[in-house]
Design a binder for this molecule. Structure first.
Ligand code: FNR
Length: 370
């Protein structure tokens, strides 16, 4: 169907399933084990309800915000997803171009199909990009990569902490991995096992020995803000804060790691409560920013996360499906759909700006904290 018939982010998934090749579909759509967490990621949003306010002059609404101090047209960024060329020959560049057009931030994955420098070079002057980091067992390789990224102007380093071993994504494991290997960080990965899917083939360099003590080292090699991606309980969010991180992403890796991990939006509630209690923090907080990803498909999902204290949310698969089906225009359309949804839903909620989205505007009483 023509792009004009696409009405929401779910539509891209339905079309991608039909037009993508089997390998790419298996890699993008797969999740761990019985895929319970990936289902829950989106379902969790369905249990949170709005308490809209009326008569608040919503002639003009503005949903722009700041993420780690950088302007963004929406409280949303394009999160890191590996192997963009499985879905489209231009891979991650599709995301870079659409991100520029909509003034949103792209997080570049360590395991991008395009070369890191190619993705940075494709950015417009002033366009902000973050980097997702998988930490190599060979720390020198990681150090060089991080230092290079900082020199190239990357504005935030998101260290993935939920993948000491790759989850079992059985849909993907049934496929043999023959596609092009990602450019960066993978050069020392000579023993890649290609018999069990894309994820396994590309991930054997990741260090399962990574621990809290290593964060000091990261602080010594870069001045970029450090964010831990894949925090799943308030105790670890508190550790991250005490270790001087700039924030955390409450995420279960799109359901691709530990099955039965809770959704990020659910974890958000306990993190806000406990960090308030234990460190007197109020959210959203500029010094320690909370991000959520997983299952975000509507502006209303984003608004719920913001109401509960998140600075912004990450969106992954919908953009992959968008460029796999329609190339760069697909991603542009996906972002435009979200912009339009923001405009309408901010009006209906009675929130003219992001600051007007308050905790009282959602009923999240279904979520119990720990
Ligand atoms: C991911 N994700 C991911 N995360 C990460 O830290 N490093 C990576 O290389 C990847 N690669 C990756 C590939 C694919 C195909 C997917 C779908 C996801 C996880 C990603 O950053 C994010 O946590 C989830 O994708 C968010 O969930 P949704 O929006 O896809 O539901």
């Amino acid at each position: 169907p023509p792009l004009s018939e696409i009405l929401n982010l779910h539509d891209f998934e339905a079309i991608a399933r039909q037009v993508m090749n089997e390998k790419a579909w298996a890699y993008y759509s797969s999740a761990a084990d019985d895929e319970i967490t990936v289902r829950e990621n989106h379902a969790a949003y369905h249990r949170i309800w709005f308490r809209p306010r009326i008569l608040r002059n919503v002639t003009k609404v503005d949903w722009s915000t700041k993420i780690l101090g950088h302007s963004s047209s929406m409280p949303l960024y394009i999160t890191a997803t590996a192997l963009g060329k499985l879905g489209h020959p231009d891979g991650e560049l599709n995301l870079t171009r659409a991100a520029a057009k909509h003034s949103v931030i792209q997080m570049i994955p360590t395991l991008a199909s395009c070369a890191f420098d190619e993705i940075v070079d494709a950015a417009q002057p002033g366009q902000v990009q973050f980097l997702q980091l998988y930490v190599n067992k060979e720390r020198k390789i990681t150090q060089q990569f991080v230092e290079h990224a900082e020199k190239r102007g990357i504005k935030g380093l998101f260290i993935t902490v939920d993948a000491p071993q790759l989850g079992r994504r059985e849909k993907d494991m049934r496929q043999k991995f023959e596609a092009e290997e990602p450019d960066e960080m993978n050069r020392n990965n000579e023993k890649a096992d290609r018999s069990q899917g894309a994820a396994r083939a590309i991930s054997s360099f990741i260090d399962p020995g990574l621990c809290w003590d290593d964060l000091k080292w990261f602080k010594s090699i870069t001045t970029m803000p450090l964010i831990l991606k894949g925090v799943q309980c308030w105790e670890d969010a508190l550790e991250a804060y005490d270790h001087g991180m700039a924030g955390v992403v409450l995420s279960n890796h799109g359901g691709r790691q530990l099955d039965f991990a809770r959704s990020g939006i659910e974890v958000l509630v306990e993190v806000v409560e406990k960090l308030g209690e234990k460190r007197g923090l109020k959210f959203p907080n500029e010094k320690f920013q909370l991000f959520v990803d997983g299952g975000v498909r509507r502006a209303t999902d984003v608004i719920k996360a913001v109401a509960l204290g998140a600075t912004a949310v990450g969106v992954g698969r919908p953009f992959l499906y968008a460029f796999s089906s329609y190339g760069p225009e697909g991603v542009d359309k996906a972002l435009q759909i979200l912009q339009d949804e923001f405009e309408m839903n901010m009006r209906l909620l009675g929130a003219p700006t992001i600051k007007d989205i308050t905790r009282e505007m959602v009923d999240a009483s279904c979520i119990h904290t720990h």
